[in-house]
Write a protein that binds this ligand. Sequence first.
Ligand code: ADP
Length: 179
Amino acid sequence: MAAAAWFSTGKDDPSFMKIAIYPGSFDPVTKGHLNIIQRAARSFDLLVVCVMVNGSKKPLFSADERMSMLREVTANIPNVRVDYSDKMLVEYAREVNATVIVKGLRAVSDFEHEFQMALINHKINPNVDTMFLMAEHQFMYLSSSAVKELGRYDADLSDFLPESIIPLFKKRMKESLGG
Ligand code: ADP
């Protein structure tokens, strides 16, 4: 049987689908996040981008707002779904039948923490592996916090944020600064 025929038969059965999760705060989604989403979506049947609760960060946007911005900027990628979870990541992975957690690595500084998290997650749920995608060089320095820092001033954000979310971002920054 030709490989292509075998593959398409397999995919009719959802248990054959290769599902990955890309978790994060996405407060807000940046062009760096979007680049990881576009690249990871090419390698899996389904990529679930999941807005996770991070107790140590006070977000600028609500979880619903972060999800709707993610939906807007990924609307043209058919195998991406956006979700929210306050569960433990590996627990959420089990629920959605994901076998891979995708992470973006910007610099050596990301590595130590991510390496530790990957080992812990794999220990808790050995069916889940973490795969890292290197940040593209033009997004290496980009983080949501850096964008929020820039947002305090009237800086041009078009290299950092998807065009469609810039107006909402600027409005929210103004409100948060009491302007
Ligand atoms: P941050 O608030 O630091 O931007 P998030 O928690 O929203 O981070 O990030 C979610 C995931 O996306 C993490 O795996 C992080 O390493 C990755 N990531 C964040 N920014 C970038 C970027 N510019 N390029 C590649 N990966 C990134």
